[in-house]
Design a protein around this ligand. Structure first.
Ligand code: BJ8
Length: 441
């Protein structure tokens, strides 16, 4: 199987099939080199290896089968897009954030060079017609979280239908009121595709499915990060599973993540770790890692460190909260519960955003980590500026922190690795000094 078997479908949806095939081939080679060479991987990762080979093949066929039956296929760029409503309508919601450098040059024919690579990469995929998800979407749902995104939608809309959700940048009562109206409008947009009114029961069912997906990811997060002596899966595999959660069918994905977690639970019991004893445990904070952006994880985990958690949108920020379905008896109550969940997202686009700092400190303590890497994509002003307050709070607590700003080009990979190595060395030194002091006492 693979993309070749779906060539005629890909052509029908407007994919540049030759260029796409070449890109997939390169992507698979890179995946094999970075993932399949890891030692002692869990057996259950085989499903995710398979999904990697089929994500632009079989999964695209599934999505287009839904479309044939008038079910919506919605591409999104942000975790604020309420996938519960899409899933409730029987449709598919998928992430379009770009993580590849291969499309950036094309994007720069329309977008400035000095904006975030995540946006440029995704825009370039549309211009090249090399992403089967973009090509499959009835419409793309953008939002107003950052300046670069909201202005890009106006240009992207020339090439593909785009709708925009107005996300406020503060969380006052009047802001939340507007946000709730946006949720109602979102539902209407989904109904315009199906041609039917979405019932409360359908939306509750969609919410339950997405809650279960988030619960499976929470379980994976706990297994990755909460056992001080055992790390049963690499950070790179943990990240990859989370990335695929934005593309796969949610019910199948939940089942496969739970199977993986069953295996990891056994590994924890039997103390089977994929890292050597005393490997420094790092948390990563900041901007999302869209596939195939695995640069930082590869640098850390080939330098003697382990990443136990990502406090980012392709990570903890996405799955940390569920929608509470208790006492939901009408549409308004459901929308309120959705709003409660989404407005608890602590993206740096909000001001003020103090709960994010409290959460990071708590996460660090709970996970008994040894240090953090604050990672921002170049030109992401909100996360770059917020780094000041976050690192200040970490410093106050004596938490080792390394700040890395990067884009998708492979050029700084060597430099990042050197900085990570030096950071890990300083953590190891501190750990040894603390152990020595303890012995002396
Ligand atoms: S909730 S982090 S997914 S906006 S695109 S803000 S990296 S400059 S992605 Fe995001 Fe939603 Fe917030 Fe999460 Fe910066 Fe780039 Fe903008 Fe970005």
């Amino acid at each position: 199987m693979g993309v070749q078997e779906h060539r005629s479908l890909l052509k029908d949806i407007g994919v540049d099939v030759d260029r796409h095939a070449k890109m997939m081939e390169m992507g698979l080679e890179s995946y094999k080199a970075q993932f399949m060479t890891q030692k002692n991987r869990p057996e259950a990762m085989k499903y995710f290896d398979w999904f990697m080979s089929e994500m632009q093949g079989q999964r695209i066929a599934e999505i287009n089968e839904l479309r044939k039956n008038k079910k919506p296929a919605i591409g999104a760029f942000c975790i604020f897009v309420p996938e519960e409503i899409i899933v409730g309508s029987g449709g598919a919601c998928f992430g379009l954030c770009g993580g590849s450098p291969a499309t950036i040059a094309d994007a720069e024919t329309e977008l400035p060079r000095n904006i975030c690579p995540l946006i440029k990469s995704a825009h370039g995929f549309k211009l090249q017609k090399t992403c089967a998800y973009t090509q499959s979407s009835d419409f793309i749902y953008g939002e107003t979280t950052c300046e670069a995104k909201k202005k890009t939608w106006e240009i992207l809309n020339k090439h593909h239908p785009v709708k925009v959700m107005n996300i406020p940048h503060m969380k006052r009562e009047k802001d939340l009121k507007l946000w709730k109206e946006e949720l109602f409008e979102f539902k209407e947009h989904i109904e315009s595709i199906t041609g039917e009114k979405l019932s409360l029961e359908q939306m509750k069912k969609g919410t339950k499915i997405v809650n279960e997906k988030r619960e499976a990811l929470q379980r994976l997060d706990r297994l990755r990060s909460m056992n001080k002596d055992v790390i049963p899966i690499s950070g790179k595999d943990g990240l990859f599973v989370t990335q695929m959660g934005f593309l796969d069918d949610p019910v199948r994905f939940t089942k496969k993540v739970n199977e993986l977690c069953d295996e990891l639970e056994k590994r924890v019991e039997e103390k089977i770790s994929v890292f050597e004893e005393d490997t420094p445990r790092l948390m990563v904070l900041g901007t999302p890692f869209a596939p195939p952006n695995w640069k930082l994880h590869t640098a850390v985990e080939t330098s003697g460190g382990a990443i136990i958690n990502e406090e980012s949108c392709i990570g903890h920020r996405y799955y940390k909260d569920n929608v509470n379905l208790d006492d939901v008896n009408n549409e308004d109550e459901l929308m309120q519960k959705l709003l409660d969940k989404y407005s608890a997202v602590d993206c740096a686009c909000f001001t003020p955003n103090a709960p994010r700092i409290d959460k990071i400190l708590q996460m660090y303590k709970d996970r008994q980590a040894n240090g953090v890497i604050y990672y921002t994509l170049s030109f992401c002003h909100t996360y770059n500026v917020e780094a000041h307050l976050v690192t200040q709070a970490l410093e106050k607590e004596g938490i080792p922190c390394l700040v890395i700003e990067s884009d998708y080009s492979p050029e700084d990979a060597g430099q990042i690795k050197t900085r990570v190595e030096a950071f890990l060395e300083s953590i190891n030194f501190k750990k040894e000094a603390a152990a020595f002091k303890k012995k002396q006492n």
